[in-house]
Design a protein around this ligand. Structure first.
Ligand SMILES: Cc1cc2nc3c(=O)[nH]c(=O)nc-3n(C[C@H](O)[C@H](O)[C@H](O)COP(=O)(O)OP(=O)(O)OC[C@H]3O[C@@H](n4cnc5c(N)ncnc54)[C@H](O)[C@@H]3O)c2cc1C
Length: 315
């Protein structure tokens, strides 16, 4: 099996027994049996064909910024997209968009591959005088992860700017879904139910004033630095916002500011963030999340749902 994997992805792109704490922003997690770096679509399709044939479990890894991998690790192949998957292309001229009729001003299409980083893309958009991605500046994820999660902040969300998404379906066929076929919702998309792989996206952006775009991005970044415990490893907001409430406020009201399990802690700076104070295990984070859920349920009768994705075994 190892030999076949190496043949497909290249020996230098196949890593064995890989500690997942190195690949996740929580900085916890045991070993994945394999981690492969995949450089283009052809290699990805060949790889997935093999893994399906051999019934070997695999997992698409973005920047690991919303992922809690268990201390036991992952018994399968972690797939990390790079190379051609990091490309961002800007249309020279305004293209006709499917959403053109509903958008009064010009629409400029950006083609971004799944491994492009959101912050980098937002920065490039501002350099091209294009508005629409300001909200994404500071979200430490890839385009692929952001599509799966319908990532959003400061009033913006991926679903507002997605024209279409190119995906690989279960049968390894390339399909293109329009934004309104993606079943986007609050931190969710069709990919939460279907095991598709995001290959690339077409985003619709609008010509804007560079100064205004940059000012918005800087304001958002300043707010992040002021309010979020960016000095500690985390996965951002640990819980989804329950309708009508703020997770951080509910956690604070339950008296859990600074609450600890081992090296995991409810951030003193922002109760919506669970942080790794340095020596947390994935189990510490998991148990802290469960404690927070049950204490908040007791005090406010609200069930907090984790936004963070848990991978592997937890008990
Ligand atoms: C400090 C900090 C601040 C954050 N702020 C925000 C915020 O403001 N708003 C917000 O929404 N989120 C925020 N997050 C969470 C996180 O950055 C986002 O959810 C991000 O979109 C995850 O992207 P990722 O590439 O890291 O995905 P990962 O965490 O690696 O993966 C997330 C999911 O996407 C899947 N996936 C990844 N790539 C692909 C692909 N190509 N095809 C199919 N599936 C794929 C994975 O299998 C997994 O299920 C923050 C996180 C941190 C650490």
């Amino acid at each position: 099996m190892e030999h076949r994997l190496a043949e497909i992805v290249g020996k230098e792109n196949l890593l064995k027994d890989v500690p997942m704490w190195r690949y996740t922003t929580f900085r916890v997690g045991g070993d994945a049996s394999y981690l492969v770096n995949v450089e283009n679509e052809e290699i990805l399709i060949a790889l997935l064909k093999l893994l399906k044939e051999k019934e070997m479990p695999y997992y698409l890894l973005g920047n690991g910024s919303n992922l809690l991998v268990s201390d036991q690790g992952y018994d399968g192949v972690m797939i990390r997209l790079g190379g051609d998957f990091s490309k961002i292309e800007w249309a020279e001229q305004a293209e006709q968009s499917a959403a053109r009729d509903s958008v009064p001003d010009a629409v400029v299409i950006c083609h971004a591959s799944a491994a492009a980083m959101l912050t980098h893309m937002a920065q490039e958009a501002s350099e091209h005088d294009l508005a629409g991605l300001e909200f994404a500046y500071g979200i430490p994820g890839t385009v692929g992860g952001a599509i799966v999660m319908n990532a959003g902040a400061y009033g913006g969300e991926m679903c507002q700017i997605v024209e279409s998404v190119r995906l690989l379906d279960e049968d390894l066929q390339v399909v293109t879904l329009k934004g309104d076929e993606m079943a986007f919702g609050y931190r969710t998309s069709i990919l939460k139910k279907k095991p598709y792989v995001v290959l690339s996206v077409k985003l619709k952006l609008h010509p804007g004033d560079k100064k205004e775009i940059m000012a918005k991005m800087n304001t958002n970044m300043t707010a992040r630095k002021e309010k979020q415990p960016l000095e500690y490893p985390s996965a951002g907001s640990t819980f989804k916002r329950p309708e009508g409430y703020f997770a951080g406020k509910l956690i604070q009201d339950a008296g859990l500011r600074g609450y600890r399990v081992g090296g995991a802690q409810v951030s003193e700076k922002h109760c919506g963030f669970v942080i790794n104070t340095g020596n947390a295990t994935a189990a510490d984070i998991y148990h802290l999340i469960r404690d927070v859920q049950s204490k908040v349920r007791e005090t406010s009768e609200v069930t907090l749902e984790p936004e963070v994705i848990m991978l592997g075994e937890f008990n």
